[in-house]
Write a protein that binds this ligand. Structure first.
Ligand code: P6P
Length: 345
């Protein structure tokens, strides 16, 4: 029987590091610790339903553990792993209002900062829908040997050194880029290793899937309404409309479109006039991955990675996926805003 060569995440990281002459292993160590935290969180996510049922009896679950909300648990796991790596001097987490710095000489000498959404889509846990962790890695701007500063975290996405996500789904995958393509690793629970399963992911330039919460249709910008209506018309080539696929979990929706082609949109809505998704924790890492897979990411007009963040929790409209689909959606937006502009004189 043909034996398949397994490449583990750690082997892949080390092999890639060997190709970078100046690399001293700091980024490799950081990515390795992210992989460890992902395995720990995965174990807890996989038991979530059970723990919730058992823990429902009171504040403690049957093992006598204080029951924690999963996203708080994930936040703690990734924060601890990043601090222990000795390469990360600070973290901006979607779970925390302020940046997290460490009172620790080793960590304060770290070269990198990390932004993360430790468990995105956690409201889907109790209905067993896929959820995810999203992260970005930047070089710090502040001097090593000192605490990280807020300016380290307000860099534009085009300064990212690495970005990735973990999708806790029917299988658990870690997908990441260091600026030289996108590679996906599937967790093999039998050996406790992330194994290379999706080398050099490339997103098709066109796709048949559009992902958007159409419950907000009435409040979409006119251009988004027109693009959604366009997706419902028969495509000239296929004589079929596009498929609507929306899970309500960014990592799951993006991952499907990254592999198959498609567009994900979160435009301004009445409840989120600047869009719902966060620039630093969600749109920049996803945008970096999209571009590295030959897809694109914009706020409807500007390249996401070129936006200068104004604050840690800034939200932006988000359009990402197959190049030709995003460009067409942008044209609908620009044509209607030009028309509105002309009419309003
Ligand atoms: P809505 C999950 O809460 C999340 O932050 C993203 O993962 C997801 O894409 C979006 O919100 C879904 O938002 O308003 O459609 O439920």
């Amino acid at each position: 029987m043909k034996q398949y060569r397994i490449t583990t995440l750690n082997e892949f990281i080390i092999r890639r590091q060997a190709n970078i002459p100046y690399a001293k292993g700091e980024l490799s160590r950081l990515l390795h610790h992210i992989g460890i935290a992902a395995k720990v969180v995965n174990k807890k996510v996989n038991k979530a339903g059970l723990v919730d049922v058992l823990g429902a009896a009171g504040s403690e679950n049957i093992q006598g553990e204080i029951q924690q909300k999963l996203d708080v648990f994930a936040d703690m796991q990734f924060t601890t792993a990043l601090k222990d790596s000795g390469e990360c001097c600070g973290i901006a987490s979607e779970e925390n209002q302020e940046i997290i710095t460490f009172d620790d000489d080793l960590a304060n000498d770290g070269k990198y900062i990390v932004t993360m959404d430790p468990l995105d889509g956690s409201s889907n846990i109790d209905v067993n829908v896929s959820i995810g962790t999203i992260f970005s890695i930047y070089k710090r701007l502040s001097p090593r040997g000192h605490k990280a500063e807020e300016r380290d975290f307000l860099q534009p996405g085009n300064r990212q050194i690495a970005a990735g996500y973990v999708v806790y789904g029917s299988s658990t995958m870690l997908v990441y880029t260091t600026g030289r393509g996108v590679n996906g690793f599937t967790l093999d629970p039998s050996i406790g290793e992330f194994c290379l399963s999706h080398p050099d992911i490339q997103t098709p330039q066109d796709g048949k899937i559009y992902s958007i919460n159409e419950g907000n249709y009435a409040n979409f910008p006119e251009g988004v309404k027109r693009y959604v209506d366009y997706c419902k018309e028969k495509d000239a080539a296929t004589q079929r409309p596009k498929k609507s696929r929306y899970i309500g979990s960014l990592v799951a929706d993006f991952h499907r479109n990254l592999l198959k082609g498609g567009i994900f949109m979160y435009p301004p809505t009445e409840s989120s006039p600047s869009g719902k998704l966060r620039l630093i924790y969600e749109c920049n890492p996803i945008g970096f991955l999209a571009e590295q897979a030959n897809a694109i990411a914009s706020d409807g007009r500007n390249r996401i990675l070129d936006i200068e963040p104004q604050n840690l929790h800034q939200r932006v409209p988000f359009y990402t996926g197959s190049r030709n689909m995003v460009r067409r959606a942008e044209r609908f937006l620009q044509e209607t805003s030009a028309r509105v502009g002309k009419n309003s004189g």
